[in-house]
Design a protein around this ligand. Structure first.
Ligand code: NAD
Length: 444
């Protein structure tokens, strides 16, 4: 099938390459000429394991190309995925859906014949319905344009795997019209994946929109739940990691997303829970999602708690101390620093007068653009040069498996703060380090 993917960021570039991998002829469209040039030459403009190979293979095979021209999308195919950004608005917590609207405005007037637009971006409930009205005013007399919502659940770092082998597929269609045609088109697009036995949930637009934000709200709540418990554990000296293991054995609870520590960040969870609560208030469900504010507050409090813990264990005042922050991406296997807890901690330490050196295996360049006032190093050992405290802020495998002997010769003081509770405290203590974990004691 001939498909287009409009918006080629983390979501769109992955979707475009994976759809080509499934055998479709895909054109990716993005307004950013630099991104289009890099993708066209087979270069992924961000770090995503496995994506480069799929991108280059499908470009070479002729099934994948990129352009900045919206009218080229209209000419290319009849199914158009929209994966543009929906960031938090500059003022307030609501989502900014203007990029989705611009994408539709640029595409629809060029369409002739039968087309299906498929929203993949995460949007406030009601967006599809208002977009459908917008589409109808832009549609040429000799065109019919249908709209479906097919939210995306991929995780950065596992984006290829999640796109080609998702847990489920959600297809939302117009509740007031016969949705059979749109559903059939999407079932054809995903045929190869569906045939593996994947659950397909066919529903209306609103439910599809809500599934995505509800899933993110649930995950964020789970993380903040364990972090709230960790605040209590800190006071009584209990081990929140053991507690999480114990409650996680209960199949109704599950162990995943129960890792206490520095909390969540990135381009999705924080802005999605804020937009969700804001939308609930707009719709008159006053207070229904107020708890998400508390989830957000607990999460943000972890960042200042980490700064306080570092200040507490630092052998000298923070003002003038050297702090190595290991990790800058909001999570491992990603170079995404949007709303990164690691960088928030690094920034707060710098504001308190510490001399902060950051090292991230993949996100140094993105961090430098966002926080140019911090120091950057090319390795953990370089960041830890003369450090008074080494702080683990993102649980990259190379930090988890780092031997204390790698840092011994370079640090000023053997003090490590484990913001992700991912190190083996025994091995650090045996090597003569003072080890502290965010969230309190770690049973040994
Ligand atoms: P991103 O910022 O990486 O990418 C967005 C892209 O859209 C950019 O390349 C931008 O240049 C492009 N764009 C903006 N306006 C455009 C227009 N009018 N026409 C064409 N291109 C345009 O964002 P992202 O992380 O890929 O997220 C995109 C959407 O997917 C968001 O709604 C997000 O919430 C959702 N989502 C993201 C993830 C994730 O892990 N990143 C997962 C699931 C859902």
């Amino acid at each position: 099938m001939k498909l287009t993917v409009i918006g080629c960021g983390y979501l769109g570039a992955t979707h475009a390459a994976c759809m080509a991998e499934l055998g479709h002829d895909v054109l990716g469209v993005d307004v950013n000429p630099d991104k289009v040039a890099r993708l066209s030459s087979g270069e992924v403009p961000f770090f995503e394991p496995g994506l480069g190979d799929i991108l280059r293979r499908n470009i070479s095979a002729g099934g994948l190309s990129f352009t900045t021209e919206a009218d080229a999308a209209a000419a290319h195919g009849s199914v158009h995925f929209i994966g543009v950004g929906t960031p938090q608005r500059a003022r307030g917590h609501a989502a900014d859906t203007s990029y989705v609207e611009s994408a539709v405005d640029a595409l629809v007037p060029h369409l002739r014949g039968d087309h299906l637009i498929v929203g993949k971006s995460t949007v406030p409930v009601g967006t599809a319905a208002s977009l459908a009205r917008r589409i109808s005013t832009l549609t040429a007399p000799d065109a019919t344009v249908d709209l479906a919502w097919n939210p995306e659940f991929l995780r950065e770092g596992y984006a290829v795997e999640d796109t080609l082998r998702p847990d489920r597929l959600v297809i939302g269609t117009d509740p007031d019209s016969d949705a059979r045609a749109a559903r059939a088109v999407l079932r054809d697009v995903y045929r190869e994946i569906i045939d593996t036995g994947l659950p397909v949930i066919e529903t209306d637009w609103s439910t599809a929109e809500l599934v995505k934000v509800s899933a993110n709200a649930f995950l964020a709540t789970k993380i903040s739940f364990i972090n709230a418990i960790s605040e209590l554990c800190e006071i009584v000296g209990a081990d929140v990691s053991t507690l999480a293991d114990a409650i996680g054995h209960d199949k109704r609870i599950g162990r995943r997303f129960l890792n206490a520590g520095l909390g969540f960040g990135g381009g999705c969870l924080p802005k999605d829970i804020r937009a969700f609560e804001a939308r609930a208030e707009e719709l008159g469900a006053h207070g229904a999602l107020r708890f998400l504010r508390e989830v957000d507050t607990i999460n943000m409090r972890r960042r200042s708690a980490m700064v306080e813990l570092i200040a507490q264990v630092c052998p000298r005042e923070l003002l003038g101390a050297n702090i190595a922050v290991l990790g800058a991406a909001f999570k491992p296997e990603s170079d995404d620093v949007r709303d990164s807890p690691a960088l928030s901690v690094a920034g707060q330490l710098a504001l308190r007068g510490a001399s902060v050196t950051v090292f991230d295996p993949k996100a140094n360049a993105n961090s430098q653009r966002m926080y140019p006032m911090l120091g950057y190093a090319d390795s953990a050992a370089e960041a830890a040069q003369d450090a008074d405290v080494v702080a683990i802020a993102t649980e990259w495998a190379q930090f988890v498996h780092m031997a204390p002997s790698e840092l011994d010769p370079v640090v000023r003081s053997r003090v490590i703060v484990d913001g992700r509770r991912c190190l083996d405290p025994q091995s650090w203590r045996r090597a003569g380090w003072s080890y502290a974990a965010l969230g309190g004691a770690v049973a040994t």
